[in-house]
Design a protein around this ligand. Structure first.
Ligand code: NAD
Length: 336
């Protein structure tokens, strides 16, 4: 029997999660929610997702806008095994209580603190920690990116310390309200929250992070320095990542000089929405000098967490015991 999933918050992450769930053969979307009758509510109707809204007032407003409504959000709880909560910050605490009262499981996103759930998720690093859990949290796009490349390095060589600078996109492509649009904005709180967030999954890791926001919408880019415990060559590290799921190696020499060509490649690969689910590492920008590894990686913020959400559903609903098997199944269905 398929796992029945509800999506609370049909925005950037919610609509991608819905697409990926529908691509799997062991889970299905039984409803999505919207709070306002925006274009995404019409899209939910067009795609055939039953649409749920907060209250009777919203129901009347949606109906007036010509949007079909299946019921109230609390009605959706009765139809699901698990909710993927993709709401923006601030409302998750209240929703967690509602899910608990309704007896349904809930996956939260990286905008929430680890303390909300006490368990955070990354498929390769800690799949089993969410096994059967009622609540878990898939870490943010940047944290997912850092863990995807650091976890295999730590397993193979051991890591003494990591220093990473995150060059962050200022807004998602569909967001015309945020900025900066012509400035570079440093995060003045050092270290940024990203290091501690990685430690919510790899608590033993000595990692410091800084971040700056730049006027782009398409990707984040990380510059990373890792002091390794064991000897490694540049070639060994590249070979390790070549064998790592959801890490993709590209070459500047073959014309992929920037985030722009990476997203062009994602569109060429025919992925849904032109998304790049993998963390992309420039092979010719990897270098080991002495005991220190230097590399650049790019993170497609709108989509790298989506396959993790799928694996988290399987771990929490106990439908696949093996992390690697779940990841392979997810990736095959998503064309990764
Ligand atoms: P978004 O603003 O694109 O979408 C949020 C959706 O929630 C919207 O459809 C909005 O209408 C809906 N919503 C707002 N208030 C609601 C409420 N009270 N009840 C139900 N729905 C409500 O946001 P997003 O970018 O998809 O982010 C969602 C979560 O995912 C956040 O925790 C965010 O930090 C995290 N995340 C975002 C990104 C990214 O780059 N966009 C990457 C990784 C994780």
């Amino acid at each position: 029997m398929k796992v029945k999933v509800g999506i609370n918050g049909f925005g950037t992450i919610g609509k991608r999660a819905a697409t990926a769930i529908e691509q799997q053969d062991d889970m299905m979307v039984v409803g999505v929610t919207k709070t306002r009758p925006t274009f995404e509510a019409y899209t939910a109707n067009d795609l055939g997702y039953p649409l749920y809204v907060p209250d009777e007032e919203a129901k009347a407003e949606f109906k007036k806008a010509g949007i079909k409504v299946a019921g109230l959000i609390r009605d959706m709880y009765k139809k699901v095994d698990i909710i993927v909560d993709c709401t923006p910050g601030d409302v998750a605490e209240g929703y967690k209580k509602e899910y608990a009262d309704a007896g349904v499981k809930g996956i939260f996103q990286g905008g929430e603190d680890h303390s909300l759930t006490g368990i955070s998720f990354n498929a390769s690093a800690n799949y089993k920690e969410s096994w059967g859990a009622q609540f878990s949290r898939v870490v943010s796009c940047n944290t997912t990116g850092l863990i995807r490349t650091l976890y295999p390095l730590d397993k193979r060589y051991g890591i003494q310390n990591v220093f990473a600078t995150l060059i962050r996109r200022s807004a998602d492509p569909g967001n015309s309200k945020s900025g900066p649009i012509n400035a570079i904005e440093p995060s003045l709180k050092i270290p940024t929250h990203h290091g501690p967030d990685v430690q919510s999954i790899m608590p033993w890791l000595n990692i410091q992070t800084m971040a700056v926001k730049v006027p782009t919408t398409i990707m984040h880019l990380h510059t990373i320095m890792v002091k390794l415990n064991a000897e490694a060559s540049t070639e060994d590290v590249i070979a390790l990542w070549r064998d790592t799921k959801r890490v993709k190696l590209v070459k500047g020499k073959s014309g992929i000089k920037s985030s722009a060509q990476i997203m062009e490649l994602a569109r060429d690969l025919g992925r849904s929405r032109g998304d790049m689910f993998e963390i992309v590492v420039w092979e010719d920008g990897v270098k080991v000098v002495g005991d220190t590894l230097y590399y650049y990686q790019a993170v497609h913020q709108e989509s790298d967490v989506i396959p993790e959400i799928i694996d988290c559903i399987r771990s929490m609903c106990k439908t696949e015991e093996n992390a690697s098997a779940s990841m392979s199944r997810t990736d095959k269905a998503m064309g990764i």
